[in-house]
Design a protein around this ligand. Structure first.
Ligand SMILES: Nc1ncnc2c1ncn2[C@@H]1O[C@H](COP(=O)(O)OP(=O)(O)OP(=O)(O)O)[C@@H](O)[C@H]1O
Ligand SMILES: O=C(O)[C@H](O)CO
Ligand SMILES: [Mg+2]
Length: 440
C-alpha cells in the first residue's frame, strides 16, 4: 500500500478485465456439444437449423469473435457494425465499420445488412445478437420518407441540447426501422438471444443501443413532448416532426410494446455492466489488502458536485472509520455530466478528479482515480486522472492554481502539467466510468 496510484490502476484494470467484451460473452454463453447455455437458458443445437449472428456497438466485434469461437460450425451468416477503428478480422461474421456519434451512409448500408440477415432467420433458426454502447449511432435506418441527412440533423440537435440518453433514444427509436424492437420484428419468428454490454445507468434494455430487441415503452407523444421540452420543435427537420405527429395521430404503427408477440421468443441478457466491473475491482482491492466497499453503480450529476460527495465519504472513512475502516477502497460507478463554461480540454472523469484534488487538500492518505472504461474521457487521449491530498498544494508550488483550471474546464491541461493522467488506449469495452478511492 505504499504506492496508491499503482494499486488504483491495478484495481481499475481488474474492473476492465471483468467487462472485456469477449470474456463477458464467454462467461455467459457456454457450449457442451449440442447444448448451448445462454445465462440460465438452454438451447438444443440439434433442433436448430441455422445460427445467425448480428450486432451493433463499439465492443461487438470481440463479442462476435467469442460467438464465432463457440459456434463457427453452426453459424450460417453473421454481420456486426462497429465504430470505425474498432473492428477485428473474423472468419464468418462480417465486421462493418461506420461513424459515431453522428450516423453516416456506411451505417445505413451496414444496418440494411443487419436487417437482411435477421430477416433470413425462420421458425427453426437461432439469432444471436450482440449490442454495446454506441449502437444507436451505428444503426441508422430512417423510416421513409426521412433521409440520412434529417437523421444526422436531429441527432446533432439532441446530442447538443442536454437531453438524457433515455430522451435521445426515445426519439431515435421512433424514427428507425431497427431500433425500439425493430430487429426483433425482423428476426421473428426465429428464437433470438441478445447479449448486451450496458453503458446506461440501471441497464434499461430499451435504452441501451436504443433496444433493437427490446419492447419500447415510449410513444410518439413522448417524443413530441421531448422536442417541446428542449425547444427543438422549430429547429428539428420539419419532416421529423411530421413523422412523429403522424404516429401520434395513428397514421404510423407504434414501436412494439411489452407483450407484443414479436418478443415471444426473444431473451435479452446483460453480459457486462458497471456493477460487474465494480465488483471485480473490489476483489482486486481486497487482494491488495484494502477493505473494499461498492457504494453505487448509478452515480450521476455534475462531475464537480459528485466529486464533493465522493470526497466527503472518503474523508469520513479516514477520520472515523465509517462506513469502513482504513485501509479501505471505496468504489463508485456511473456517468456524471459536465456543463461546459470554459474553453479548456478535458472529460468528466478528469474534471471529477480535479474537483477531488481541491476537496481533498490536506488529506494525504486519500487517493482517487476516476476513469472511463472505454479508455477515452472526453475529446482527449486520457481515460481519466489521479488526485490525492497533496495534488493541489504541489500544483501551487509549481505556480499552477487548480481552481483556475477547473473554472476553464481544463482538467486535461492541469494533469498534463502536473502529472496524473491515466492513459489506457481504447479498451473496446464501455460500461461507463469507475471512481476508485483508496484510504490508507
Ligand atoms: N473540456 C472538457 N472538460 C470536461 N468535460 C468535457 C470537456 N469537453 C467535453 N467534455 C465532456 O465529455 C463528454 C463526451 O465524452 P466521452 O466521449 O467520453 O463521453 P462518452 O459517454 O464516453 O461517449 P462515447 O460513448 O461516445 O465515448 C461530453 O458529454 C462533454 O460533457
Ligand atoms: O448507443 C447508444 O444509444 C448509447 O451508447 C446508449 O447505449
Ligand atoms: Mg468515452
Amino acid at each position: 500500500m505504499d504506492n496508491p496510484r499503482k494499486d488504483l490502476e491495478a484495481i481499475f484494470r481488474a474492473g476492465l478485465a471483468a467487462v472485456d467484451p469477449e470474456a463477458a460473452v464467454l462467461r455467459h454463453v457456454k457450449r457442451d456439444g449440442s447444448e448451448l447455455r445462454l445465462g440460465s437458458r438452454s438451447v438444443d443445437l440439434d433442433a436448430v437449423r441455422h445460427v445467425y449472428v448480428v450486432g451493433a456497438g463499439k465492443g461487438t466485434a470481440p463479442m462476435a469473435k467469442a460467438l464465432e469461437d463457440l459456434l463457427e460450425d453452426r453459424i450460417r451468416e453473421g454481420a456486426v457494425t462497429v465504430k470505425t477503428g474498432h473492428g477485428l478480422p473474423l472468419r464468418k461474421v462480417q465486421v462493418m465499420e461506420a461513424a459515431h456519434p453522428v450516423p453516416d451512409q456506411a451505417g445505413v448500408a451496414a444496418t440494411r445488412r443487419l436487417l437482411e440477415v435477421a430477416e433470413k432467420a425462420g421458425e427453426k433458426d437461432l439469432v444471436l445478437a450482440a449490442f454495446s454502447g454506441g449502437g444507436s449511432a451505428l444503426t441508422p435506418a430512417p423510416v421513409p420518407p426521412l433521409t440520412l441527412q434529417e437523421k444526422q440533423d436531429v441527432t446533432r440537435l439532441l446530442l447538443a441540447c442536454g437531453a438524457t440518453i433515455q430522451e435521445i433514444n426515445a426519439i431515435r427509436k421512433h424514427l428507425s426501422r431497427i431500433k425500439g424492437g425493430g430487429l426483433a420484428r425482423a428476426a421473428h419468428p426465429a428464437r433470438t438471444f441478445s447479449l448486451i454490454l450496458s453503458d446506461v445507468i440501471g441497464d434499461p434494455l430499451d435504452v441501451i443501443a436504443s433496444g433493437p430487441t427490446a419492447p419500447d415503452p415510449t410513444t410518439f407523444q413522448d417524443c413530441l413532448d421531448i422536442l417541446e421540452r428542449y425547444r427543438l420543435l422549430d429547429q428539428a427537420p420539419p419532416r421529423v416532426v411530421s413523422v412523429l405527429r403522424e404516429g401520434r395521430d395513428g397514421g404510423r404503427p407504434e414501436t412494439p410494446k411489452p407483450g407484443d408477440p414479436v418478443f415471444d421468443r426473444v431473451e435479452n441478457l446483460i453480459v457486462g455492466n458497471n456493477l460487474m466491473a465494480l465488483l471485480a475491482a473490489k476483489d482486486e482491492a481486497e487482494r491488495r489488502g484494502y477493505k473494499g466497499l461498492v457504494l453505487t453503480s448509478r452515480l450521476e450529476g455534475e462531475a464537480r458536485e459528485a466529486a464533493k460527495a465522493v470526497a466527503a465519504i472518503a474523508k469520513e472513512c479516514a477520520a472515523t472509520g465509517r462506513p469502513v475502516k482504513p485501509p479501505a477502497c471505496l468504489l463508485f460507478g456511473g456517468e456524471t455530466t459536465v456543463t461546459l463554461r470554459g474553453d479548456g480540454k478535458g472529460g468528466r472523469n478528469q474534471e471529477l478528479a480535479l474537483a477531488c484534488a481541491l476537496a481533498l487538500e490536506g488529506w494525504d492518505r486519500i487517493c482517487v482515480l476516476s476513469a472511463g472504461t472505454d479508455g477515452t474521457d472526453g475529446p482527449t487521449d486520457a481515460a481519466g486522472a489521479f488526485a490525492d491530498g497533496t495534488t493541489a498544494a504541489e500544483a501551487r508550488r509549481l505556480g499552477i492554481e487548480p481552481r483556475h483550471y477547473l473554472d476553464r474546464n481544463d482538467a486535461y491541461g492541469f494533469f498534463e502539467r502536473t502529472g496524473g493522467l491515466l492513459r489506457t488506449g481504447p479498451t473496446r469495452t464501455n460500461v461507463m466510468d469507475l471512481i476508485c478511492v483508496v484510504i490508507r
